[in-house]
Design a protein around this ligand. Structure first.
Ligand code: SF4
Ligand code: F3S
Length: 106
């Protein structure tokens, strides 16, 4: 499965959802996640993310490993998203800021 990681938080550009052939993305207040049971590993979303926040689980950086569980858990709680929506006005200011997990709204 592919996994959305830390740098999506407060960036939430949603370019990723436009290309997913199986609508595997789910939307929270300031973050998106992928349902690992739906993702078919097509890899199309990864290069679309302006924040470089999407990784295959097998290539997840060690400091992002907790996002495996976060994607699995929150995809069961949040609504599906399959259309691009405007990013937060300050998304570019947050792109690249490390360790945004404390800012994740559930
Ligand atoms: Fe969707 Fe493919 Fe990305 Fe999985 S890898 S979330 S199937 S676009
Ligand atoms: Fe997040 Fe990147 Fe998608 S910032 S919403 S994973 S395009």
């Amino acid at each position: 499965t592919f996994v959305v990681t830390d740098n999506c938080i407060k960036c939430k550009y949603t370019d990723c959802v436009a290309v997913c052939p199986v609508d595997a993305f789910f939307e929270g207040p300031n973050f998106l996640v992928i349902d690992p049971a739906i993702c078919i590993d097509c890899a199309l979303c990864m290069p679309e993310c302006p924040a470089d926040a999407i990784f295959q689980d097998t290539e997840l950086p060690p400091d992002q490993s907790e996002y495996l569980q976060i994607n699995a858990e929150l995809s069961q709680q949040w609504p599906n998203i399959n259309e691009v929506i405007p990013a937060p006005a300050d998304a570019d200011d947050w792109n690249g800021v490390p360790n945004k997990l404390p800012l994740l709204e559930r």
